[in-house]
Design a binder for this molecule. Structure first.
Ligand SMILES: [Zn+2]
Length: 275
């Protein structure tokens, strides 16, 4: 009996031990399963959370990336603009020459110019600055500024003054020139007046090389003449052909009608009013 009881107790003990291990294994397995479930459940949440975090992160990263990206863009836009500006600056509108090498006009002898200059009603010989001022105060010499179709170059050897009738001639020639180019790509082109009234002193300083320094006095010293050296286009939309044709046409028609005398010179066209 004792043997039987001890056997039963041992069996129970084994059974209990077995049962306990099974329980432990069962509980452990359940726990592991639950852990796995939790991990499986949590991990997508975490990734979503990460994404959710990354989105603002990405947004901020995107912004920070965008910012540097957009900054180089802007920076690259700026240099793009800068060269354009530089190009604009570099694109120079070159003047078109008006001289005997470009225009084909008959030359009126210089003696005819001198005679015409002396015969003009208000003309007088402008010996020096005092004569110039006196002539100006009498109204025999009047100021000349830019007008339609022409402009006055910066002057170093002459004064922007002319006899009243010579100024009227200049204005008429300016209108005729502007009319020629109106409605064309060369509209707005103006011819450049490079020399007007010189005192005898100014004339002497130019030296004997100048054509007008011939004995008898320059017609520039009577307020009767002006020089045209260039035509200046407003832009490069059109080349020099139209302005050159226009100034040629104006000079020729005024010369042909007998209103002006012309000397085509190496650097300019010398023009004197003929009464
Ligand atoms: Zn001249």
């Amino acid at each position: 009996m004792k043997r039987l009881l001890s056997c039963i107790l041992q069996g129970m003990h084994r059974g209990l031990v077995r049962y306990r291990w099974d329980r432990i294994a069962g509980v452990g397995g359940t726990l592991v399963f639950l852990c796995l479930l939790l991990v499986a459940w949590i991990s997508p949440d975490e990734s979503e959370a990460d994404q959710a975090l990354e989105h603002p992160g990405e947004a901020s990263v995107a912004q920070t990336i965008d910012t540097p990206v957009s900054v180089p863009h802007r920076q690259s836009e700026r240099p793009e603009l800068q060269p354009e500006k530089e190009v604009e600056v570099e694109v120079e509108v070159l003047p078109c020459s008006c001289n005997k090498g470009v225009l084909r006009l008959p030359k009126n002898p210089y003696t005819a110019h001198q005679q015409a200059a002396r015969n003009l009603p208000n003309s007088f010989f402008v010996k020096d600055k005092a004569e110039l001022r006196a002539g100006k105060s009498r109204g025999n010499l009047i100021d000349v500024t830019d007008g339609r179709g022409y402009h006055i170059a910066p002057l170093s050897h002459s004064h922007a003054l002319l006899l009243p009738e010579v100024k009227s001639l200049l204005e008429d020639m300016g209108h005729a020139f502007a009319d020629q180019l109106q409605g064309t790509k060369s509209e707005g082109t103006a011819f450049r007046v490079t020399s007007l009234t010189r005192t005898a002193r100014q004339q002497a300083r130019l030296g004997r090389r100048n054509y007008n320094a011939i004995d008898g006095g320059s017609t520039h010293s009577y307020g009767a003449s002006f020089d045209i050296a260039y035509t200046d286009r407003p832009n490069n939309d059109a080349d020099c052909s139209a302005p050159t044709r226009a100034i040629q046409h104006v000079l020729k028609s005024f010369q042909k009608s007998g209103r002006i005398l012309v000397i085509p010179e190496r650097n300019c066209m010398h023009i004197t009013l003929r009464q």
